[in-house]
Design a protein around this ligand. Structure first.
Ligand code: TYM
Length: 338
């Protein structure tokens, strides 16, 4: 029996190259070695304000993105989190062993509450703006996603490491209290676990508007890359090289490296004697070329939405079986079954 790998992406709209290089690209490499389950985590996406009218479209787009990026649905299971009720059921159970203080200290939670609640949210009249329970509980739901399938590896980007440490901790706590049931899931980081945005400062993300979408047109990609922030050339600069002192340029080189498959030395040699202008021009063309097959596949999939919904339906049926079995074991251990 193959070991299980599990991962997921929030349906927040078109995915960006950070999602692709940091996570999805690595999933493709696992398809033959693991029993892979890839989820579209809509319950996570509703922990911040969102538009219900576009949710179904975004779920569909995320499924299309998975398949267009090479996640062959014949070789794995793709499904929508809310189609498998056991995710919230296990979340409740894990809530009973999850330390609140640990959740309050989560980096992503702290970042999100500063956005959600700019005013002191102890004031009762500010309830509407205050952080909601779902946001605090977000990492417990993520742990439930993984443990429900007894996944052993979880391929993600660096920003998920802290959440996965909690999942490991909850597996351990459950096993200690109720007897061994869950494997401790291992975090699998790829070669580019943190792609910065084109501002060269923060991680590439939808909310920072510093991203290249997988569906950006060639012209948009050229424009965005041309405007990408570069570092001032340091004194005694060795030119366009990977360097701790030049994070923005290093990030552009990393994207170039990922898309060309070259190693660091080859990339530096390639840009020896060249300037930022050449780096940007070449990088834009490489991204355009590498996204082309993904975009073509995307367009053909987009014209058959019923086929995609069918993949998701089959995926949910399969997952409900596995999840149901795990919940029986969980409840049995906890004295909740007769
Ligand atoms: P999400 O939707 O924010 O991101 C999806 C995946 O993309 C990775 N990623 C990046 N990697 C490198 N550089 C970047 N700039 C970048 N931006 C995003 C993320 O690390 C992630 O792997 N909480 C998760 C979703 C989730 C999940 C799970 C993941 C829910 N349940 C269970 C694994 C297992 C999230 O919000 O990912």
């Amino acid at each position: 029996m193959k070991k299980k790998a599990f991962s997921g992406v929030q349906p927040t709209g078109l995915l960006h190259i950070g999602n692709y290089l940091g996570a999805i690209r690595n999933w493709v490499g696992l398809l033959n070695r693991y029993e892979c389950i890839f989820c579209i985590v809509d319950y996570h996406a509703i922990t911040v304000p969102y538009d219900p009218l576009s949710m179904q479209e975004k779920i569909l787009q995320t499924a299309i993105a998975y398949i267009a990026c090479g996640i062959n649905p014949d070789k794995c299971t793709i499904f929508v989190q809310s189609h498998v009720p056991e995710h919230t059921e296990l979340t409740w159970i894990l809530n009973t062993i999850a330390p609140v203080g640990r959740l309050q200290r989560m980096t992503q939670y702290k970042e999100k509450i500063t956005k959600a609640a700019p005013l002191p949210f102890s004031l009762p009249q500010e309830d509407e703006k205050a952080a909601k329970m779902g946001l605090l509980d977000y990492p417990v739901l993520q742990a439930a996603d993984i443990l429900l399938y007894k996944a052993e590896v979880v391929p993600v980007g660096e920003d998920q490491v802290q959440h996965l440490e909690l999942a490991q901790d909850l597996a351990r706590r459950f096993n200690n209290e109720f007897g061994p049931l869950f494997p401790e899931p291992r975090t699998l980081l790829g070669s580019a676990p943190k792609i910065l945005g084109l501002d060269g400062k923060k991680k590439m993300s939808k909310s920072m508007n510093n991203y290249i979408s997988l569906m950006d047109s060639p012209d948009t990609i050229r424009k965005k890359i041309r405007k990408a922030v570069t570092d001032p050339i340091p004194l005694f600069s060795k030119g366009v090289v990977f360097s701790e002192q030049q994070l923005a340029v290093t990030n552009l080189l990393t994207i170039y490296l990922c898309f060309t498959g070259k190693n660091k030395e080859e990339v530096e040699e390639h840009f020896q004697g060249k300037g930022y202008r050449e780096l940007k021009d070449e990088l834009a063309e490489v991204i355009i070329e590498k996204l082309k097959p993904i975009q073509e596949k995307w367009r053909s999939l987009e014209s058959q939405p019923d086929d995609i919904w069918e993949v998701l339906k089959k995926g949910a049926e399969k997952c409900r079986k596995i999840a149901g079995e795990t919940m029986k074991e969980v409840k049995d251990r906890m004295g909740l079954l007769r």
